[in-house]
Ligand binder design. Sequence first.
Ligand code: NAI
Ligand code: MG
Length: 326
Amino acid sequence: MSHQIAVIPGDGIGQEVTPAAVDVLESLDIDFEFVEAEAGDAVKEETGEALPAETYDLAASADATLFGAAGETAADVILPLREAVDSFVNVRPAKAYPGIDAVRPETDLIFLRENTEGVYSGHEDRLTQDVSTLTRVVTESASRQLAEYACEFVAEHGHDGFTVVHKANVMRETDGLFRETVLEVADDHGVETDEVLMDAFATQVCLDPEQFDVVVCPNLAGDVLSDLAAGLVGGLGLLPSANVGPERALFEPVHGTAPDIAGESVANPAAKIISAAMMLEYLGHDDEAGTVREAVEDVLESGPRTPDLGGDASTEDVTNAVIDRL
Ligand code: NAI
Ligand code: MG
């Protein structure tokens, strides 16, 4: 069976790391139909629209989507694209790899971030010259859907349980509902949990990341804390992510367009290639996903490496080294 994959490279290094991931996938013995589409600053410049309707429709109908990054228009692109795949959870593994100079080499975390609401619901107002407001939305249904995914995730991947990160001591109604719902679902599924306030988590994860494994959190907390974890493992060039919905999913690196290095062919393709490995798993190709991960880990450990990891290799050198190992 052929999988139709929407390929949306976007801007900046999205244009460099996305083709690298496609090259890796094409080297496997799996039948893919790749369909490319535009999004981001460049297409907005040309057409006035950062996310053309045909790109949205493609993501909403393809079996899975590979996205790179968008520049200034990121919010106009990625938020609707996550909606196009009906994504309710953003899965963000943050793992330190052998041989990489990480602040905390023992880090091995998986963030399961609520992906539709919280402070990113888009309810922001400028009431007067002096006053602006933001409405934070938390629903029982979205919290429940995330918690059910988390329970299935820990069972399927052999984790002992998960940590719920929130700030329900202050945001009593919104995070109160999030906390209560997630803990109740976990209890119903017999999944072990503990809970940590999100500010305390920020300190504790820096001092001793090993005490955590799977972390379930609201939208903004997951965004910020997973970038913090990127700092612990050696940089943004290493963090993949999956936006998962009930029927489709979108896979993207956590990093942006990296304008400081774009066009120089030195972007680290690892985050995007590991995102592609997450896509392989999602599509049921677990063996190939494992092989791709191993190949990337082997290249990270023994080189060649891009400049962000202290090497002088190009994006292509690293990609070809991964393909050679496959
Ligand atoms: P960024 O992730 O693009 O870059 C931050 C730093 O990390 C830069 O020094 C960059 O060179 C480095 N870096 C990132 N990925 C790398 C890779 N694969 N290899 C080597 N080095 C890498 O974040 P920044 O600078 O805050 O944002 C730049 C643009 O990207 C902005 O216009 C922003 O809106 C957009 N952005 C888009 C996202 C998306 O489309 N999902 C996410 C984050 C930012
Ligand atoms: Mg972010």
